[in-house]
Design a protein around this ligand. Structure first.
Ligand code: SF4
Length: 354
């Protein structure tokens, strides 16, 4: 599978344009938002609402979720929490597929996001129609999609998985003799294939943040910090994964920072994770992994431009007006179809291996 959808190319342009704008006004914006925190917290506490935040959003928003009985987590735990909490409304601080998943799993709750424009290059890089035709041309294969996909793509899948359980799910199914279609992240797909030996056709898309992590400058950094462990998210290129001391989902990387004995870590994932990771290991030094280096074209610089769209001012606007333009709605029939592979993921138990 070597398709490179045009949408994915245009996404890169969108990212660059967004970052150029964002870099220009970042200082002004954070200065103007610093006084908002207490007011937003008060409004959130008085509202029948829980804030569910991803590890990659602004640290202030993660703190807000923690201090108001919400949750900061990876996408799997965000989905679980949204479904079990009894609040009438959820605010999802993350990207659009997380809002959609929350709505699918909690159809009776109203789900809002600070902006519905916060998407993900993996989601955009796996357009529904192309993906369906691809699946239809390989009817003998089990279709497994990453959580970072639209509700329509999930609805076509047999399984949805997050990076925290992808290896275990595919390994268990491969033992039943199954062959797979995997979408959309090519790096994670190759990592799973290597770990499990499974027969997989892999869609060709990537995360615009993680694929920027390369070996450029890593040697120099490892020379400067010889005791530092290397923690790598599996959406990163193979050259990074091959050198890692631990590879895993966001939660697994946070746990690895606590488990491994190193006094410092070079971390190859979105730097928003530093907020929770540093809480786990306050005595350890955390260093952002280098991206493509000075001569490269990196513009994400280890921070997702769409996650960065979640702002305190956006949350305040929700709490004041609950604008319809920020409410996540998913077509009922589509939600029913997507619920099946999502439920399989939520109910999956790692088989006992003896
Ligand atoms: S960090 Fe990458 S995978 Fe995560 S939301 Fe941003 S673009 Fe998507």
């Amino acid at each position: 599978m070597t398709t490179q959808p045009d949408d994915y190319i245009s996404t890169r342009e969108h990212v660059r344009a967004y970052l150029d704008r964002a870099l220009l006004d970042a200082e002004t914006r954070s200065g103007s938002e610093s006084g908002l925190y207490d007011a937003v917290k008060q409004k959130l506490m008085e509202s029948d609402t829980h804030l569910v935040a991803h590890y990659y959003v602004d640290p202030q928003i993660q703190q807000l979720a923690e201090e108001t009985n919400g949750l900061v987590a990876d996408s799997l735990e965000m989905a679980r929490f949204g479904a079990r909490t009894d609040a009438r409304r959820l605010i999802v601080a993350g990207v659009s597929f997380m809002g959609e998943t929350a709505k699918i799993l909690s159809p009776t709750k109203r789900v809002f996001m600070p902006t519905l424009e916060a998407t993900c290059s993996l989601d955009v890089g796996c357009p529904e129609n192309e993906f369906k035709s691809f699946c239809d041309s390989h009817p003998d294969r089990e279709v497994i999609v990453y959580a970072n996909t639209s509700a329509a793509v999930k609805a076509r899948a047999d399984w949805v998985v997050t990076s925290s359980i992808a290896v275990e799910v595919i390994s268990a199914l491969a033992m039943e003799g199954k062959k797979f279609i995997w979408a959309p992240d090519r790096y994670l797909g190759r990592y799973i294939q290597k770990q499990t030996g499974a027969d997989m056709l892999i869609w060709d898309s990537a995360c615009v943040v993680h694929e920027e992590f390369r070996l450029y400058d890593l040697d120099a950094l490892q020379l400067a910090y010889p005791d530092a462990g290397l923690l790598v998210h599996p959406e990163s290129p193979e050259e990074m994964i091959d050198r890692a001391d631990a590879v895993g989902s966001t939660t697994q990387l946070i746990n690895a920072a606590a488990r491994l004995q190193n006094p410092s870590f070079i971390v190859a994932t979105d730097k928003g994770i530093f907020y929770k990771m540093q809480q786990q290991v306050p005595e350890k030094l955390l260093i952002a992994a280098p991206t493509r280096g000075a001569g490269g074209t990196c513009q994400s610089c280890a921070h997702c431009p769409w996650m960065a769209m979640n702002r305190l001012s956006g949350i305040e606007r929700l709490l004041d007006d609950w604008p319809e333009s920020c409410e996540v709605l998913v077509d009922e029939k589509l939600a029913d179809q997507a619920m099946k592979p999502l439920t399989r993921m939520l109910e999956f138990k790692v088989p006992y291996s003896g």
